[in-house]
Ligand binder design. Structure first.
Ligand SMILES: Nc1ncnc2c1ncn2[C@@H]1O[C@H](COP(=O)(O)OP(=O)(O)O)[C@@H](O)[C@H]1O
Ligand SMILES: [Mg+2]
Length: 483
């Protein structure tokens, strides 16, 4: 949409209107000029015929041939007069001065005939022929001059209008260009206001509006950024929170069992103690007591070990989350820790998590970030791939990528998979198919960003109905975060 096309149309219609007006005016003027000139010839013919008959009255009466011929000869010197024929009434004598040469090319004649009277009697007749040609030629020259002057006038008007429209068009085109630039990619594009006319006011208005839109966008962007940050933060906290809940649940059982065991051992000890005081304790009873004590303490020991392990794992995870410095660590135990810390949550469902990782694979990486990535992918498989009572398998596989300084972790499930239109959107922030069931749609966009922050990428292979594989490919030695 170019402004010049609009201006071009306006210019064309202005030129057409001016042309039609000037042409009509010229035609009317020419018509009027032509008619007036020919009317004047008619009047002249009347006057000439009257003049001739008046001049000849006594000459014809007297039959003064010589004077008549002389008079007629002077008359036909008038270039408009073609012929004069005088006829005497009584004798029928005729005097005629034909201008043959003039008649030759002439087709339009004005004729008059008048009577010659003397002292109240009709003495003869005058026939007068006049040609329109000289006046027609004259009027044609005038009309030509008129048309020429009108054409010049039209061209002058056209030029003036074009020049002023060109100015307007240039300014409008500049405005259109700024407006396009503003809409497409340059929020700082502003119009130049040189004059305070209508276009200047329009440009200033646009500038004010653009300024407002820009400021509004900036504050919106800042707000969205801030909200997204806090959502990402709360998503991370939710991850740690669900781990805490799972670990607390997991610790509950061994600690509860320990308390039961300890109070049972205390009551058994009380029984034995009172039998010793009453001197009724038999050796057999003492043996049974010692056996109970032994197995009770062993159970207590196992429970406490398990609790200590869980707390240790969680402490490590927690510290990694908080500190997350790059450090060398062995991948397999690290992934085992993840599986262990997710176990409390996943244990309540029939699906299982399988880990495949070489023993000797060491990476130098940010464990906290890697933990978040893998946990998110496993939890997504748990949330999205399976129905609650479906016994699926989530496979976590890690390996070095041959001939590169990269390693990759696949998280594969044999669950629902994703349709292509879902796949194309899952890494976008806030895309979720579980909006009503607590999905935020931030998980995979966070994972994507985290993988990039470790210098890597994430890929998805999935087919509706036959499961999904997320592959995170990362450098064995993560890039320095400060750089
Ligand atoms: N393993 C998976 N199987 C099927 N769909 C998945 C899987 N992982 C992710 N998705 C899809 O990707 C969407 C986005 O995931 P995510 O960004 O983690 O957000 P959320 O988990 O909050 O929905 C999910 O809503 C789900 O539709
Ligand atoms: Mg998720």
């Amino acid at each position: 949409m170019k402004a010049s096309s609009l201006l071009g149309r306006i210019l064309l219609s202005a030129a057409l209107s001016v042309f039609v007006f000037i042409a009509a005016w010229t035609a009317i003027a020419a018509f009027w000029l032509y008619n007036t000139t020919l009317d004047a010839l008619e009047t002249e013919a009347d006057r000439q015929s009257r003049e001739i008959s008046a001049a000849l009255d006594s000459l014809v009466w007297n039959l003064d041939e010589r004077s008549i011929t002389n008079y007629l000869d002077t008359k036909v010197e008038n270039p408009e007069i073609i012929s004069i024929t005088v006829t005497e009434a009584v004798s029928g004598k005729v005097w005629s001065v034909p201008a043959v040469a003039r008649r030759h090319s002439d087709s339009r004649l004005t004729t008059r005939s008048a009577t010659i009277e003397y002292a109240g009697d009709i003495t003869g007749r005058v026939e007068l022929e006049m040609t329109q040609e000289p006046r027609r030629q004259q009027v044609m020259v005038s009309i030509g001059a008129l048309v020429l002057s009108q054409i010049l006038l039209f061209l002058a008007v056209l030029m003036a209008v074009t020049l002023s429209w060109r100015q307007v068009a240039n300014r409008l085109n500049a405005m259109v260009a700024v407006q396009l630039a503003f809409r497409q990619n340059d929020p700082l594009a502003r119009m130049v206001v040189t004059r305070r006319d209508e276009l200047g006011i329009l440009a200033a208005g646009f500038n004010a509006l653009a300024e407002q839109v820009w400021l509004h966008n900036r504050s919106m962007e800042a707000e969205i950024h801030q909200r997204t940050e806090s959502l990402i933060e709360s998503e991370k906290l939710a991850l740690v929170g669900s781990l805490v809940a799972g670990v607390a649940h997991e610790i509950n059982t061994p600690v509860g069992n320990g308390i039961t065991m300890a109070s049972w051992l205390a009551s058994r000890t009380g029984e034995v103690k009172s039998k010793i005081e009453n001197a009724t304790l038999t050796v057999a009873e003492m043996r049974v007591f010692l056996t109970d004590l032994d197995s009770g303490l062993r159970l207590l020991q196992t429970g406490l070990d398990r609790t200590a392990n869980l707390i240790q794992t969680f402490k490590k995870v927690g510290t990694d989350q908080v500190i997350d410095e790059r450090r060398p660590f062995s991948l397999r135990p690290f992934l085992e820790e993840i599986v262990v810390s997710l176990q409390p949550t996943l244990k309540q469902f029939p699906h299982q998590v399988v880990l495949e990782c070489p023993e000797n694979l060491t990476v130098e990486n940010h464990p906290g970030t890697l933990f978040q990535i893998v946990t998110n992918l496993v939890m997504n498989a748990h949330h999205h791939a399976f129905l609650p009572d479906q016994a699926g398998t989530i496979r976590v596989t890690a390996e070095l990528v041959a001939d590169t300084a990269l390693f990759q972790i696949h998280v594969t499930d044999n669950g629902a998979g994703m349709a292509p239109e879902v796949q194309s959107q899952i890494f976008q922030p806030f895309f979720t198919t579980k909006r009503m069931q607590g999905g935020t749609g931030l998980g995979l966009s966070i994972v994507d960003n985290l993988a990039k922050s470790l210098g890597g990428i994430i890929e998805l292979r999935s087919e509706a109905g036959s499961g999904s594989t997320f592959t995170v490919r990362l450098p064995v030695r993560a890039p320095d975060r400060s750089s």
